[in-house]
Structure formats: C-alpha cells, structure tokens
Design a protein around this ligand. Structure first.
Ligand SMILES: *[C@@H]1O[C@H](CO)[C@@H](O)[C@H](O)[C@H]1NC(C)=O
Ligand SMILES: *[C@@H]1O[C@H](CO)[C@@H](O)[C@H](O)[C@H]1NC(C)=O
Length: 252
C-alpha cells in the first residue's frame, strides 16, 4: 500500500512542478488561410496578397500558452509585387463587440524580436470598429510598433512619404504620429512611432488610450463596437522571422 502510494505521488510530481503550459498545436502552418486556435486566441495565416508575389510564403506556429500569455512565431519570404502579401497575426476571440464607451481598459503586453531589418514590413496592432456588434468595418485603427521600410495609409503624401495629420502625440509612454486616410472601404487611423526607425519591442500599455484619443480628437463615435483585435506583421518583401516571446491582451 505504502510503496504504491509513493510511486503514484512520484509519477504526479513532474506535472505539479512544471509550468501550467496548455496542450497546444505547435506545428508549423503555411496554408494561405490556416488558423490555429489556443485559449482565447487564434493564430491567423492571412496571406491575402500572396498572388501578387512572384514567389514566397509565410508560415507560423504557436510556441506556448500560459494562462492568457501566448508565444508564437512567423517566418516569411516574399519576392516581387509592390503591396502587402501577408498579415500573419494573433487574433483575440474574447470580450469583443463591446461599445467603446463601455470599455474600461485594454492592457496589452507584446514582447517580440525580429531576425532581420532588411525587409519591407510593419509590426502592428490592427483593430476594427463597427456601428453594430459583429457588423461591417467602419474604422480601422493601427498601432505600429515598427515601420520597416514601408508607410501608412494617409490622406496626403509628399517627397518624404505619408504626411501625418497630427505629430508628436504622447500616449502609452511613447511619442506617435497619427496618419488618417481611407483604404477605400473604411477610415484608417495609424499611429506610428514619431522617432523614425524606432522598434518598440517590449510594449506594455493600455491600448484603450489610443481609442480614447480618437474619440476625443478624431470624431470616432464612442457608440462604435470593437469587433476585431489583432497583432502581427504585414509583410511586403524580404525574409524574416518575427518571434513573439509573450503576448497577452484583455478587453475590460
Ligand atoms: C518557415 O519555417 C518552417 C519551419 O521551420 C519551414 O518549414 C518553412 O520552410 C519556413 N518558411 C519560410 C518562408 O521561411
Ligand atoms: C515633433 O518633435 C520633433 C522632435 O522634438 C520635432 O523635431 C518636430 O518639429 C516636431 N513636429 C511637430 C510637427 O511639431
């Protein structure tokens, strides 16, 4: 009796001591629209512009999930074409479709590394709002943590590229330039680091302050519903691996 209890306890010990890592699919996915769901997130392979490339692909895999903190990585190689080829991203599936007026905070941690700066890509949050819960997009709100040789949608452009609507906005501990334009279907608001070439690799802030800025200063209605919250990389050209060592987001 005594010895068999000991054996049972010894067998359990490794599981008690180990971190509470959920059992998840960590295999590599490269399909144009592959999805891997884990906890409150879905890793989305969104290679929407792949057909305009002369060659290339994006792949991605989950690494770990501890509570609501997920780790993942994506690699890509894109040759040819001029536009975005893929937006491989981590999508939040919980607490969506709240009106902006009802959102109290959106704490986010995103720690990442990228293997190469010789690419054309952004690393960004992509957020959409709609006039109804789950409805069609009215506003696209992007927060870029890195602009690597590309540029945002804007309403005007000069010799230096996109012209900001407002410069040097202090939010979430960083200084941003805001670009306002349209993608043909909806308004696009893009916050970019005001310091050219800055990579914000340890982002730990309340993303709701960006939404509050837009409702206070850019006419975005507080009755809009937050329908989509994604974080990833829009890749246009080159080869790189983006590794997210920790990502967590909660809409409160
Ligand atoms: C991405 O990594 C996977 C897994 O190592 C590999 O099979 C795939 O060929 C890589 N793809 C690119 C575009 O680097
Ligand atoms: C933004 O801040 C930078 C750095 O202080 C400054 O050089 C620039 O003139 C500012 N831009 C505007 C539009 O105020």
């Amino acid at each position: 009796m005594f010895s068999s209890k000991l054996v049972a306890l010894a067998a359990l010990l490794p599981f008690v001591v180990a971190a509470p890592t959920a059992s998840i699919d960590t295999s590599s996915h490269c399909g144009q629209w592959d999805t891997v769901t884990a906890g409150q997130y879905s890793l989305l392979l969104d290679q929407w512009g792949a057909s305009s490339a002369s060659s290339g692909e994006s792949c991605a895999s989950l690494s770990s999930l501890n509570g609501n903190t997920i780790a993942w990585k994506t690699n890509y190689t894109w040759n040819g074409g001029s536009g975005v080829k893929s937006f491989t991203n981590m999508q939040l599936n919980a607490n969506l479709n709240k009106q902006l007026s009802a959102i109290k905070s959106i704490p986010v941690t995103w720690n990442w590394q990228q293997s190469s700066s010789s690419v054309q890509a952004d690393i960004a949050f992509d957020i959409f709002t709609s006039s109804t819960a789950g409805g069609s997009n009215v506003n696209e709100i992007m927060i870029w943590l890195a602009n690597i040789g590309v540029g945002p949608i804007a309403s005007s452009y000069n010799a230096n590229g996109a012209v900001p609507t407002t410069s040097n906005i202090s939010l979430a501990g960083y200084t941003w330039n805001l670009f306002v334009g349209s993608n043909g279907a909806n308004a696009v608001f893009s916050f970019l680091p005001a310091t050219s070439g800055q990579w914000i690799q340890s982002f730990n802030a309340d993303v709701n302050v960006f939404l509050e800025y837009l409702t206070a200063h850019q006419g975005v209605s507080t009755s809009q519903y937050l329908t989509t919250f994604q974080a990833g990389t829009e890749a246009t050209a080159g080869s790189a691996t983006l590794t997210t060592t920790a990502y967590t987001v909660t809409i409160n």
